[in-house]
Design a protein around this ligand. Structure first.
Ligand code: ACO
Length: 429
């Protein structure tokens, strides 16, 4: 707590509000006593100026383009870590020792099956069901097969966390197999996390899937970069839903639903649609950029802009290089990459984007990598969700074990009708 304070003068009285300081210099006015003292609330639609917690999980400096998980720069983790190790780091606060990592990996592996009866659920979804709808439903359904004990001790909590990280990947692969009408492939105790996922997605009883180290590494990278991003829309949803002490499966299902939207994780699909349109039109995307700039237009340059980053998203930088490298592989190329690079160049020389600090975000290049790997288009956001589960769990865990844990209950300024008398239906005009 810093000794600084802010003064609010209202109705001729001065109120002193303490200023809270984070370890990297961010500051917040603590308004916890504001309503009791003054009768006022604050108004911040979109919560752009509202801190909802103190957190030690992830640090983002949007002005400088910095992202760190538990103090480790994202660039370092992208180069040296694995997704499972990064998940451990987010959840436990420190990098694991060799023994801790192998225990965690074993637990993930042993938790990867879903109850056999749940396989029947997949049949009940219509063929055209969106995999994100299936994922959120199935994750919420896990709560009925794996009910939480009355007392969630440390051992039980670790198990539920392992279930979620591991089962979400099995559900994702099963939903794909269901969509293409192939038998579901079970997870294998001989494969690691990413390899297992790719094998469940792409092998079949009549065709083995040949694992390719570059593709495994590309998925690893995607998942590491998506693993957490402090209080974004879905993480805040997880904290909001979790604050009612709802069970952890429903909480993560709520996070998946929030992620689905086109302004959040759903943007990775929209980017590819946009690039395909540009390709089909034969242009370089200038028309698209012009339309996205029009006041009141519903179109936006997908994969551009970010609530927090007012400079280049560090994850987009890493993914652009990774995408370029992957597309150099024999047999893997995509004309959409060149279109994307040209589009970025057009936008980055346009005052509209420069004045508003709209740079490529994580989603701009991630879809191209997923497409190159063979992940179907409508599963792009599912991959985002698989990556984000450890982050959501770390945010949830920090909240439920933290001080000042309260149900989230914002306020409003009521702008509706004044009190009215009930009119019986026969007398209504
Ligand atoms: N294309 C064109 N204009 C844009 C874009 C864009 N991608 N993004 C923002 N703008 C403009 C807005 O029209 C607005 O202009 P104005 O000031 O003239 O009215 C200004 O920039 C500020 O935009 P806001 O919507 O107020 O910014 P906000 O911080 O609320 O939104 C968001 C951030 C939702 C990411 C937005 O930039 C956007 O819609 N981007 C496209 C979707 C996308 O890529 N989403 C993925 C985000 S990253 C993630 O979730 C992992």
């Amino acid at each position: 707590m810093s000794s600084q304070e802010a003064k609010l003068i209202f109705d001729g009285r001065t109120y002193r509000l303490p200023v809270i300081k984070g370890v990297r210099g961010e500051r917040a006015i603590d308004i916890r006593t504001l309503r009791d003292d003054t009768g006022l609330i604050t108004m911040d639609p979109g919560l752009a100026n509202t801190g909802i917690c103190r957190s030690s999980v992830t640090f983002v400096d949007g002005e400088k383009g910095i992202l760190q998980y538990r103090g480790y720069p994202i660039e370092t983790l992208a180069e040296h870590s694995t997704f499972v190790e990064t998940a451990y780091l987010l959840l436990h606060g420190d990098l694991p020792t060799r023994d801790e990592l192998s225990l965690f990996s074993r637990q993930l592996n042993e938790s990867s099956l879903i109850h056999e009866d749940m396989r029947l659920f997949f049949r009940a979804f219509p063929n055209h069901a969106h995999p994100m709808g299936i994922l959120s439903t199935m994750v919420a359904s896990l709560s009925t097969f794996y009910p939480l004990p009355d007392v969630l001790d440390d051992v039980a909590e670790e198990q539920f966390i392992a279930n979620l990280i591991s089962q979400v990947r099995t559900i994702a692969a099963f939903s794909y197999k269901r969509a293409i009408g192939e038998p579901m492939v079970y997870p294998s105790c001989n494969l690691r996390y990413i390899e297992n996922f790719l094998n469940m997605m792409f092998s079949s009883p009549v065709k083995d899937y040949k694992l390719d180290a570059d593709i495994v590494r590309a998925v690893e990278l995607i998942l590491i970069l998506h693993a957490d991003h402090e209080q974004n829309c879905s993480a805040a949803t997880v904290r909001m839903a979790g604050s009612s002490l709802s069970n952890i499966y429903s909480v993560i299902s709520a996070g998946i639903s929030a992620l689905w939207g086109a302004r959040h994780g759903g943007a990775n699909m929209e980017v590819i649609t946009m690039l395909e349109h540009i390709r089909a039109s034969g242009g370089d995307g200038r028309d698209f950029v012009e339309r996205a700039k029009k006041k009141g237009s519903n179109e936006r340059l997908m994969g551009f802009g970010h609530r927090v980053y007012k400079s280049y998203d560090p994850r987009a930088k890493i993914l652009k290089d990774a995408c370029h490298k992957l597309l150099q592989k024999p047999g893997v190329s995509d004309p959409l990459f060149d279109i994307a690079v040209r589009l970025e160049d057009i936008a980055m020389h346009d005052d509209y984007f420069l004045e508003r600090n709209l740079y490529p975000n994580l989603d701009f290049y991630s879809g191209l990598i997923l497409k190159a790997i063979g992940i179907p288009y409508d599963m792009f956001t599912v991959l985002f969700a698989i990556g984000r589960v450890p982050g959501w769990l770390a945010q949830w865990r920090e909240m439920v074990h933290g001080d000042n844990f309260k149900i989230a209950r914002p306020r409003q300024i009521y702008c509706g009708a004044d009190i009215r008398s009930y009119i019986p239906i026969a007398e209504r005009k």
